[in-house]
Design a protein around this ligand. Structure first.
Ligand SMILES: [Zn+2]
Length: 410
């Protein structure tokens, strides 16, 4: 069945009454997850579903339309002006095979492995036999980035959906936030979930059920991440986990070094001498919280740092300015730990022991991502080495060794 939910003025109601309330969108029947209030707009009481509230506003007064969409095979032309690496070809074949057989796979690919290029072949195969394709991520910035990449590789009608951005085509190839999948019911036969473990909704059960609901009964679901949490790994048969330890440019992951310097000392100016010695590159300094980041911003104001955090109203402008090279010292929270790439980056993590190993791996993974080599530094500042720091370094070294023994890096 190929169906699509869309909000409209008629159709099925979001919340229906049948021996109590029931949500048509998420199938919720738990009465405690409904809330009723008096609406001045409708001049009556309305009830909404709290279970799927971060995906839609499903109420007794909202309507959804169910639309049949025929299967539309198409031959996508792919424009790549470079050759895939041996590892990317291997992964491409594995994904292409999964598209033919169905089932789920976990691609554990290191930061900078070139994941996006690995899924192109699978998408082409899927579309050639009329399978609808969705590329999803929990994060809007990753969705936008994926859309730019996909439209540069494929000449195709690609729909991009996130809050406030409407459908343009017929949903045969969709790039969207996981939240936007609520619109679809048994619609996609290939779903690729990028950065599956990303903040803000890691492994949320409702989002996982949303993914399954949007998928056709026989489908292929590919999960991509550089840092799979244990809970995710446990959901896979080991044969269905594909480990990709090499970066696309053939150089190893930078290994972090440890430096004893407590957050207290950092906030009293303890980094000044080190900052003064810098002569090249852009420095990303990660802080565990906004308060410490802002205090540091004051303490080191002679160095003209720019501060960026998640709820920063100027976040997107600042990130563009950093990309353009206007700031050489960036104080940030974990918001830049993923998706941010720039030439000549160095990474310092302040109070490193307070981060999870996954965060530390992502932050370290910002360094030396471009094709031109850059000997950047990754320093974990700490006041006592934590197990997460040790785990992060061990994992980075394990991947480097694996890549060497497979012959995928020099
Ligand atoms: Zn609901």
């Amino acid at each position: 069945m190929m169906s699509l939910f869309e909000t409209g003025i008629d159709g099925v109601k979001g919340v229906v009454i049948d021996k109590g309330f029931k949500c048509t969108i998420c199938q919720n029947e738990n009465q405690q997850l409904f809330h009723t209030y008096y609406s001045h707009h409708f001049k009556q009481e309305i009830t909404y579903c709290r279970n799927c509230i971060m995906m839609t506003w499903s109420t007794t007064e909202t309507y959804y339309q169910l639309t049949e969409i025929p299967s539309l095979p198409e031959n996508l032309e792919c424009h790549l002006d470079f050759e895939l690496t041996e590892q990317q070809q291997y992964a491409s074949e594995m994904i292409d095979e999964a598209v033919k057989t169905g089932g789920k796979r976990l691609l554990h690919a290191v930061t900078g492995a070139g994941k996006t290029e690995m899924i192109l072949k699978g998408i082409q195969s899927a579309r050639s036999i009329g399978m609808n394709v969705a590329l999803v991520s929990p994060r809007v910035d990753v969705v936008k980035e994926l859309y730019l990449r996909m439209t540069s590789y494929f000449t195709a009608d690609i729909d991009v959906l996130y809050e406030g951005h409407p459908l343009t085509y017929n949903s045969t190839f969709v790039i969207c936030t996981v939240q936007q999948l609520y619109r679809y019911f048994h619609h996609f036969s290939l779903i690729v979930v990028d950065e599956v473990d990303a903040f803000p909704l890691p492994m949320d059960d409702r989002l996982m059920s949303c993914i399954h609901r949007a998928a056709t009964p026989v489908s292929t679901i590919i999960y991509l991440t550089a840092t799979p949490p244990k809970r995710l790994i446990q959901q896979f048969n080991p044969h269905d986990i594909i480990t990709l330890p090499a970066r696309y440019h053939g150089r190893p992951l930078p290994v972090p070094s440890f430096k004893y310097l407590s957050i207290k000392t950092v906030l009293k100016g303890g980094l000044s001498a080190r900052l003064q010695q810098r002569t090249k590159g852009t420095l990303l300094l990660f802080f565990n919280n906004i308060r410490e980041m802002e205090t540091a911003g004051e303490v080191y104001k002679n160095f003209n740092p720019v501060t960026v955090y998640a709820d920063d109203a100027l976040r997107h402008e600042k990130v563009d300015q950093i990309r353009a090279g206007h700031h050489l010292i960036v104080f940030t929270t974990s918001i830049l730990e993923r998706g941010f790439t720039k030439a000549g980056l160095d990474v310092w993590v302040i109070d490193a022991g307070s981060f999870t190993s996954e965060c530390l791996i992502q932050m370290a993974g910002r360094v030396d991502r471009k094709r031109d080599p850059y000997k950047g530094e990754v320093v974990f500042f700490h006041n006592g080495v934590s197990s997460s720091m040790q785990k992060a370094v061990k994992e980075i070294q394990r991947m480097n060794h694996a890549a060497v023994s497979l012959g995928w890096i020099k």
